[in-house]
Design a protein around this ligand. Structure first.
Ligand code: KG4
Ligand code: ZN
Length: 363
């Protein structure tokens, strides 16, 4: 069974081709360059870029997956015609279309949802609507074209998802049965990193820069609060930390800031990660899972991975991360995996024409 999966939930245009739960191709066209100068994602710019890129990205995913023989290259064919032809021929091999329904930025989601509907109706394919967060969770079950890695996951599992848009602890009773047991009440962890980086003039997205320079910094340089850490509450809050950091840095002289960028990044990153680790640890004690999982863009961070591995070891549990870096940040491969498990349960969209994006979709 061949699946075409599409994700346009935020600022990456992505398409993937899967054979069952094996990812054959996973193309991500990042819009970071377009949003960088605004210091964050601008919804209308994202929408326009998704509209321009969605077809070429799908065509590239089809091409790279090698699901059909491309045959002769017609030299007189222009790029747009070539894209149309590849999609047209690819659709003959594709059985199911999967698309992110939400949560995400409404104008961005709309592009993917509308095009997925158009394709499903035109080529008479079944359509699966996927929750983006479920995609992140199940990115841990993704396999490559050779079927690797083979992961036998024991349930119930507890997952930490950390990205620019969400920070959640999710209890997974079994695939498809989820309970959010903790989440951020304000900013997401990635967003908190991005905002601090912006204040320090480090550019966007901030997470990767903070990681890089924090490696050389002293994490005890600036004492910062650990919000909501007093009680064993599983919800997160990063706005207090962000504000504390903002005022502390605002009172510093420019030259002192510049001399201490690495120390500031290290102190701030530690505060964010301390909160993630302590709450995830409490959740483990409370819910007694058999397996731990983590996912989302912030998990690209090696320090966070190290601390999560340490936590898992202390608790005597196995922890899984997505097998490839591309599976951490937004990508359609993970949407295809989530779709695969929905297909196994016959969960298709019944009325394709009536399907609408759901920016606030909950798990
Ligand atoms: O999952 P993702 O690609 O998109 C959303 O769904 O939000 O996550 C993006 C977030 C951004 O906030 C970015 O700063 C953060 O992930 N991020 C990182 C790293 N790479 C990306 N944060 C910390 N360290 C990294 N290496
Ligand atoms: Zn995401």
């Amino acid at each position: 069974m061949i699946i075409l999966a599409i994700d346009t939930s935020c600022d990456d245009t992505s398409a993937a081709i899967l054979e069952g739960d094996k990812i054959l191709s996973n193309i991500v066209s990042s819009q970071t360059d377009l949003h960088k100068e605004w210091g964050g994602v601008v919804p209308d710019i994202a929408k326009r870029a998704h509209l321009e890129r969605i077809k070429p990205v799908i065509a590239t995913a089809i091409k790279r997956s090698r699901i059909y023989d491309l045959g002769f290259k017609n030299k007189t064919e222009n790029k747009a015609d070539q894209v149309e032809r590849i999609i047209n021929e690819g659709m003959r091999k594709i059985d199911v279309i999967a698309v992110t329904l939400g949560p995400g930025l409404a104008p961005a989601l709309g592009v993917g949802v509308n095009y997925a509907k158009e394709l499903a109706l035109k080529y008479q394919k079944k359509l699966v609507a996927v929750n983006h967060i479920e995609g992140h969770l199940l990115s841990n079950l993704a396999r490559n074209a050779a079927g690797k890695p083979e992961r036998e996951m024991e349930f119930p599992a507890l997952a930490l998802t950390v990205s620019g848009g969400h920070t959640k602890i999710i209890y997974i009773k079994e695939i498809g049965v989820y309970e959010t047991v903790g989440e951020t009440l304000d900013d997401a962890a990635g967003e908190a990193l991005d905002k601090a980086a912006k204040q320090l003039g480090l550019g966007y997205p901030g997470g990767p820069v903070i990681e890089r320079i924090a490696k050389k910094g002293d994490e005890t340089y600036m004492p910062l609060p650990r919000p909501m850490n007093a009680k064993k509450n599983l919800d997160f809050s990063f706005s207090g930390l962000k504000t504390a950091f903002y005022y502390r840095v605002k009172d510093m002289e420019k030259a002192v800031i510049d001399q201490n960028l690495e120390n500031l990044a290290a102190s701030y990153q530690k505060a964010v990660f301390d909160s993630l680790i302590s709450k995830f640890g409490w959740a483990v004690e409370k819910y007694l899972p058999k397996t731990l999982l983590a996912a989302g863009g912030v998990l690209a961070n090696d320090e966070l991975r190290k601390r999560l591995r340490k936590l898992a070891k202390e608790k005597g549990l196995k922890i899984y991360f997505p097998a490839k870096k591309i599976l951490n940040t937004d990508n359609a491969g993970m949407i295809g995996i989530a779709a695969y498990y929905k297909i196994m349960k016959n969960e298709f969209v019944e009325d394709i024409a009536a399907l609408d994006r759901q920016p606030r979709l909950v798990l």
